[in-house]
Design a binder for this molecule. Sequence first.
Ligand SMILES: [Zn+2]
Length: 249
Amino acid sequence: MIEKRLTKEIAEQFLKDEDSMDLREFAVIDDDAAESLSRHEGEELALDGLTTFSDAAAEALGMHTGVDLSLNGLTSLSDKAAESLGMHEGERLSLDGLTSLSDVAFESLSKCEGSLSLNGLVLQIVRSVLDEPIVEQDDEGWGLRLFAGDPEEVIVTITAGAVEVAIFDLRWDGPHTPVVHPKLLGVLYWGHFSPSQFEEMLTALVQTACQFRQAEFTKCRYCDRVLGPEHMHGDVCHGCAERHEGVVH
Ligand SMILES: [Zn+2]
């Protein structure tokens, strides 16, 4: 497949009539096209199709004067490009596709005037800190929730700007209606810390949550399964209590 190239000609056409095209379809941008687009003053400059760009293009886009600059297709960013994008004065800079970022690059980006969105990077760090198995649940009310461990030990919820770490807990709203009740342990506002600091603090919180939860686990006297207190009657699991002791739930 030939990658679509955003040329200066196309950029100038876009500046004349924003509705005439969708810039997200372009995977590559010419430096002089980026320079033209830096003069864009509209609501949103969405260049999410770009998977890579030169430091010169980054320098031009850092001068962008519009409201939102969205570059969610980039998976990595050089320190030099980060320095340029950190000059962005709009309300929002989105780089949700990044999966790694040096502390130096983060420091530069965090100088941008508006809000900085790095959802991909945050998710990547959260995943790397948690132990398998991990179950991910996209919940509109909370954000993205990750349950880790079997039995579940910790719940990490990613919301806009923050990451919440909770100890897994479950209560019964009826004999067959389990309801998850996360016991909140801590909230990290990741934007205040470099990626490595964030990872370090998140690791400490997650380990604390896991230790707390593991201390509650009991082994069933009949089937040897290790379960949380929500599935046990003393040292007998609910299933075995029904099978061997005639308990009805
Ligand atoms: Zn059992």
